[in-house]
Write a protein that binds this ligand. Sequence first.
Ligand SMILES: [Zn+2]
Ligand SMILES: [Zn+2]
Length: 320
Amino acid sequence: MSTQPATDAGPPARRGHAGHSLRQWFDTTPAPLPDGTSPDRIAWLRALPFAILHLACLGAIWTGVSPLDLLTAGTLYAVRMFALTGFYHRYFSHRSFRASRTVQFVFAVIGAACVQRGPLWWAAHHRHHHRHADTAADPHSPGVHGFLWSHMGWFLTPRAFRTNFERIPDLAQFPELRLLDRYDTLVPLLLALALYAAGALLQHVAPGLHTSGMQLLVWGFFISTAVLFHATVTINSLAHRFGSRRFDTGDDSRNNPLLALLTFGEGWHNNHHFFPGSARQGFRWWEIDLTWYGLKLMAAVGLVRDLKPVPLWVLARAGH
Ligand SMILES: [Zn+2]
Ligand SMILES: [Zn+2]
């Protein structure tokens, strides 16, 4: 386990750029940067799988589509979005409710299937964002760094690649979470393989479903994951630029109903920056927050507990 801060890109080393990037596709253990590499510029070779994720969506032109493919893509979007918003964000990053170690691990695995790195990396960067929102130290502020960088440039740099363990001592104590973080391509690869195998099997045993290994892989993995990615990062880019500001939070966070629908409640981002400790982000009854409803349901059946509410003084400020 490294305790180096994210701002330290490590000493230079005589090591090939290609070998360095290829190893980090599979094992994210911090390694010294190759000579002459800037920690703040996009590491293009390491970013190659991210480009392939997008290009592979074009495979749909050749594979075609069936209702089962769309259902699979939609279900995987919804389940993984809930894992991101409910657990990567509201649980791991903000500790806004409690869960058993088993539930914590299950949702960490589903979150890891989103191809947005491990839970420790995600939470460490998110805590950093809240502390420095829309200042030069915020790696994904659209106001400071521009829209494109805030949407999908910042996390492709060597500096942002590291997990800053100093921000997440509460999470780093779990070896199973550290393992997910270190080998963060493992779960996505298993999901892709499972989808291909399921599609290939169905092609033979249920040809009436009109799917195949390639078809289910393209829709269930590549398209679903690409849409999930872009929906998630709108909160970094668009929700810090477009929408209304109920609270004077000292940053550029906005409340945006469209983004809230797309991201299961995260679009109430000005609410969230004002009071990040609550498990609920829609503060008024009409502020639809699907993640909050899902968490209430999980609490009702005993899977999670102690959901932190929005305090009365905050509700009063929100216009109740
Ligand atoms: Zn924010
Ligand atoms: Zn947050």
